[in-house]
Design a protein around this ligand. Structure first.
Ligand SMILES: NC(=O)C[C@H](N)C(=O)O
Length: 350
């Protein structure tokens, strides 16, 4: 958008960078509640005002912030409909040419799922940056204001363009896809299974030491996505077919089996995988370990037999994020095509 048009349309100085801050809740917005426990309360304007109070409004005069709110909830209550609402709200904001970037504040408990939905469907060179907090605003050492300041700096930086969806947390910049919350309380709780951060926030500017791989975007979720049921079944000594069969009986269109080690379900679960696939269910093969890729090494009830039965190994993608991809693909394709597209996308992700 040329500068005159931008100034006319948004009333801000032509050369200013406009960042929309979309608040959805989470610890960054939470306060102690009279009925017990910490609950999401603060809206986007409150979060922006707190920057000033904590001395984190030091991102310079050239950035104009626009607060928006999308309900204010703790993210452990989210369902597919909530994730879809966030994705559509971000897309709506990016329909505006006067916006240079979007920051979404979000609970960390299920942030990886929202990162996945936004990451798989983002179709714009402008940055979308998610952030949150591990300590609430009424904690003496809340990390929310610094994380929000860092996320705004990253969203406003030209270096963040064409890097898809990013997470900024604890001074680190991460690609959205491949992330999971790996620690309950750590100041930077997010980890990749095999990769590391894209960059850091040094002083007042993001410093990228590598670039995110940008996957071909999928269509935004529709109501069919919200109707998908994709369950997850853990492998463990003595695990049998009961829970996987129950998921299929409950109408699951997809199931992820989290095998032991590099993705070894055990013979009983391999049998259940065969049954589920015969019933038209898309099966992903993950691992219950905390790091490293799924590796198809062992027979006799291991990953080799699960893949031979038709399960798709999930590589480095965490099961919580693969679940979103499976629901997206199943909502727009018959199961055979969805399986091929899932395998192709996981292979291309390396
Ligand atoms: N740190 C957090 O944001 C956790 C919070 N329970 C949430 O809404 O996800």
């Amino acid at each position: 958008m040329d500068s005159e048009t931008k100034e006319a349309s948004s009333g801000i100085e032509a050369d200013m960078t406009r960042i929309v801050v979309l608040a959805t809740g989470g610890t960054i917005s939470s306060r102690q509640h009279s009925e017990g426990g910490s609950r999401a309360k603060d809206n986007a304007a409150d979060l922006i005002a707190a920057l000033d109070k904590h001395g984190f409004d030091d991102f310079g005069p050239g950035i104009a912030l626009e607060p928006q709110d999308l309900g204010v909830q703790n993210s452990f209550n989210f369902a597919f409909a909530d994730l879809s609402r966030i994705a559509h709200a971000v897309a709506e904001i990016l329909h505006r040419e006067d916006v240079d970037g979007v920051v979404v504040t979000h609970g960390t408990d299920t942030m990886e799922e929202t990162l996945a939905l936004l990451g798989f469907t983002h179709d714009d060179p402008r940055p979308v940056v998610l952030t949150g907090a591990q300590r609430s605003p009424d904690h003496p050492d809340s990390d929310g204001p610094r994380n929000l300041r860092d996320a705004i700096l990253t969203a406003a930086s030209p270096d963040s363009r064409e890097q898809g969806v990013l997470l900024v947390f604890g001074g680190e910049i991460h690609a959205a896809l491949g992330l999971r919350k790996a620690h309950t309380l750590a100041p930077q709780p997010f980890r990749h299974r095999s990769a590391g951060a894209l960059g850091t926030i040094t002083g007042l500017s993001p410093r990228f030491f590598t670039r995110a791989l940008w996957a071909e975007p999928l269509p935004l979720p529709d109501h069919e996505f919200e109707r998908q049921r994709v369950d997850m079944v853990l492998g463990y000594p003595g695990a049998d077919a009961t829970l996987l069969r129950a998921a299929v009986d409950a109408g699951a269109t997809g199931v992820i089996v989290l095998g032991a080690g590099a993705g070894n379900p055990g013979s009983a679960l391999v049998q259940a995988i065969q049954e589920a696939i015969a019933q038209g269910v898309l099966v992903g093969l993950g691992t219950r370990t905390g790091g490293g890729p799924v590796a198809v090494i062992y027979g006799g009830g291991g990953a080799v037999d699960a893949v031979a039965a038709g399960a798709v190994p999930l590589g480095d993608l965490p099961a919580t994020q693969a679940r979103i991809l499976m629901a997206l693909l199943s909502s727009t394709h018959p199961v055979e095509e969805a399986r091929e597209l899932l395998a192709a996308r996981l292979t291309s992700a390396g």
